[in-house]
Design a protein around this ligand. Structure first.
Ligand SMILES: Nc1ncnc2c1ncn2[C@@H]1O[C@H](COP(=O)(O)OP(=O)(O)OP(=O)(O)O)[C@@H](O)[C@H]1O
Ligand SMILES: [Zn+2]
Length: 723
């Protein structure tokens, strides 16, 4: 009698193991397929990762698989391998990793078919809509929208139109999206630097290569991606393009669509509906998509003909996932490219110091675009406004006010950058100095404008409260918002320039659907004179009439205890400054600071990223911080600090005999020691050798898996970016 066929299933369970199920008809083709299995009292979706005939589970306790989903193609072997790598490297269970990389629609036990990308009228529908009565306004609106041909599903989603009723009646049906009209002929001639970069890429023999495209803002990095992609597409391969921000995807999709009119482009990000995401994912998996553009999660998209991976703005912190599988999409992309034997192209004006160091060591090959691409565009002039002498009034110095006034008079656009949303960072008692703090967190409450008055909000736990009438510490009524946020700067500018059209963009205003696209259109149509915003306006945009950038309140980051703060600040200011003067009009950047002699600002004035990077790398080497060491951070949180610290002390003692070649720091309270009534502590481990650190983490964490203590949560973050 043949041994019973078993499948090994990865499930979304916090246990680092696989689960065996009986599946008499399973074949090797089923590896990578979704299955439905009984798990405890419920049904769960899992992925088949192996076959077997013997199980450690007693025969009587083995359960039968409910169904193997053979309607969909299996996850290909390279994606299973990628998941195995990510699970092992980031110390996360394989099952949870695999389930995290599946589109949400595939995680449900009741499987729903992918939604069409677009809808079009059927023959029947065409005849029917001709006879719609005038009072059927919603129906007539839908008929109008569809009159000229297929319309993207997303464009119909927000409108109140009777789409589902028409689907039932057979008046509309799913359709493919019409291709974008291309102007592939209208592409600019590459500059000499672009041509040199492209020649180097083309000269590289097939196979893995990691490239760092270091190009100043506006140097035409995107143009290099586009031409290299064209070359790879021509060889019949697929291309994966990673972008840091979901807001940037639509504009990139549009730019790519225009450039590659005949090609199928799909986008993959969390802003899509589950149906759209599934459809795009399947287009990739089944080889229909030529280009997949997406945010970090797209790095796991199955693409059987993969020929190139591009990571735009590779330094961006949003490539790092902060919970669950705490992966860094750039690093995973490099690993994937190596496994697939293809090139990976990392682009940035301010590369991550890790990447810069890799380029210096020859692990990445460096391509440079030191000048702006546009023939008339120079890099903006950066100047520092000494705010000790030119004292800001409501946040704005006289120098910045004057520059904004000049720009307004010339009809050019300006951007005021302040990386702090809300009205003011704290509510302050002028009698005793008390500042508003969140009752649940070790954080200040931020003052927000709210319905004609104010509200106090915690940016860590979200708690909102009415401001107190009197100071909770001394009873004084002399309470006032102190410092500036985007809302206050917006108010100040409105007072200074009553005729100016001002638009504020921060996470609060951009949360509304379509807000970002509306902002872009308004700026492009020159319906805005001054933009006020946080870092979300700083990235990626190309606004030809924007010629002045003012930076307010940047000094704060200089004081941070996080060793990456200065790297982040430099990148941010370089990016935001890079929005100025990208076309025919010269740009300038004014930075208000009390530290005009700080070397970080000096490097910015000279647009000298390499100098900044070299200096910072020397500091990192002295302190043995990354990239000269590799870190993992264990975080624990509990109702009391004693519990959190006790757990980490225990973890520390369980590590001691394993930690050869690994430096174990003492457990300490976290930088933000309390969030939402949970006390937080951390334990840092570090090694000069990545493999050593990995070899230590696995057995250490295995020992800790059995340590249970009620109400305590812990996790490990490999290559942490935040503290
Ligand atoms: N070879 C070229 N000739 C003329 N214009 C070009 C050329 N390459 C790019 N441009 C133009 O220069 C501008 C900047 O290009 P692009 O957006 O590709 O730069 P980037 O380096 O990706 O910018 P950033 O990183 O600042 O977002 C665009 O308006 C683009 O159309
Ligand atoms: Zn809070």
């Amino acid at each position: 009698m043949p041994a019973p066929a078993l499948i090994q299933v990865a499930l979304d369970a916090p246990l680092d193991r696989l689960f065996d199920y009986r599946a008499p008809d399973a074949t090797p083709e089923d590896i990578g397929r979704r299955v439905r299995v009984p798990f405890g009292p419920r049904e769960q979706v899992g992925v088949v990762v192996g076959l077997g005939s013997r199980s450690e589970v007693a025969d009587t306790r083995l359960r039968d698989v409910i169904a193997i989903d053979r309607a969909l193609p299996a996850l290909p072997e390279d994606i299973l391998q990628l998941a195995r790598f990510a699970a092992a490297y980031y110390q996360h269970p394989l099952g949870q990793t695999l389930l995290a990389i599946l589109p949400p629609a595939l995680k449900r036990t009741r499987f729903r078919a992918p939604a069409p990308a677009a809808y079009a009228l059927t023959e029947v529908g065409r005849a029917a809509v001709a006879g719609l009565p005038a009072r059927a306004t919603a129906q007539r609106r839908l008929a109008g929208l569809l009159a000229a041909g297929a319309v993207a599903a997303g464009e119909l989603a927000d409108l109140r139109v009777p789409l589902s009723a028409w689907l039932k009646r057979g008046w509309v049906a799913g359709a493919d999206l019409p291709g974008v009209d291309g102007d592939a002929g209208g592409q600019p001639e590459p500059t000499a630097d672009q041509a040199a970069a492209l020649a180097a890429l083309a000269a590289q023999p097939d196979g893995f290569a990691a490239w760092l495209l270091f190009g100043v803002t506006g140097s035409g990095k995107t143009e290099v991606y586009l031409r290299e992609i064209e070359r790879v597409l021509a060889r019949g391969r697929q291309v994966l393009v990673l972008l840091p921000e979901i807001h940037l995807t639509p504009q990139m999709v549009e730019r790519f669509g225009r450039r590659f009119p005949g090609r199928k482009l799909v986008s993959l990000h969390s802003g899509l509906s589950d149906g759209e995401r599934l459809a795009a994912w399947l287009d990739g998996l089944e080889g229909r998509a030529d280009i997949a553009l997406g945010t970090r999660l797209a790095v796991f998209a199955p693409l059987p003909r993969l020929g190139l991976i591009v990571v735009d703005e590779e330094h961006d912190a949003s490539y790092k996932q902060m919970e669950g599988l705490r992966y860094h999409a750039r690093d995973v992309a490099v690993w994937r490219a190596r496994a697939a034997g293809v090139a990976v192209l990392l682009g940035s004006a301010t590369p991550a110091l890790e990447s810069w160091a890799n380029a210096r060591r020859g692990r990445y090959r460096l391509l440079s675009l030191p000048e702006r691409a546009h023939a008339d565009a120079d890099l903006p002039t950066v100047s520092l406004v000494d705010s000790r002498t030119d004292k800001p009034r409501q946040g704005v110095t006289e120098a910045l006010r004057q520059a904004l006034a000049d720009n307004l008079a010339r009809g050019e656009q300006s951007l005021v950058f302040i990386n702090r949303r809300g009205y003011a960072p704290v509510l302050y008692c002028r009698a005793c100095g008390h500042v508003s703090t969140c009752p649940r967190c070790a954080a200040h409450q931020v003052v927000h404008r709210h319905r004609g008055g104010y509200q106090l909000r915690c940016h860590h736990c979200g708690l909102a409260a009415r401001p107190p009438e009197a100071c909770p510490a001394c009873g004084s009524l002399d309470l006032a918002p102190a410092g500036q946020g985007t809302q206050k700067v917006e108010d100040t500018l409105a007072e200074l320039f009553p005729a100016a059209r001002i638009l504020r963009i921060d996470r609060d205003t951009a949360a509304r659907k379509g807000a970002f696209a509306a902002m872009r259109t308004a700026v492009e149509r020159r319906e805005v004179d001054i933009l006020v915003g946080t870092q979300i306006v700083a990235k990626g945009h190309d606004f030809p009439m924007l010629t002045l950038v003012g930076v307010v309140g940047a000094d704060q980051a200089l004081m941070s205890t996080d060793f990456r703060a200065s790297e982040r600040l430099f990148a941010q200011l370089m990016q935001v400054g890079g929005r100025a003067g990208r076309a025919a009009h010269a740009g300038r950047v004014l930075i208000q600071t009390e530290y005009p002699h700080h070397p970080l600002y000096a490097a910015l004035v000279r647009h000298d990223y390499p100098a900044f990077a070299e200096r910072t790398l020397v500091e990192r080497r002295q302190a043995e911080f990354p990239p000269y060491s590799h870190q993992a951070l264990m975080r624990a949180d509990a109702r009391s600090m004693t519990e959190a610290m006790a757990f980490l002390e225990r973890a520390h003692s369980l590590a001691e005999d394993l930690a050869e070649g690994v430096l174990l720091y003492d457990p300490v309270p976290a930088l933000m020691p309390r969030i939402a009534e949970r006390e937080r502590a951390q334990l840092l481990v570090q090694s000069g050798n990545r493999a050593r650190l990995q070899a230590f983490l696995t057995p250490w964490l295995a020992r800790l898996r059995d340590e249970k203590s009620a109400g305590l949560r812990w996790s490990v973050d490999v290559d942490p970016l935040d503290w």
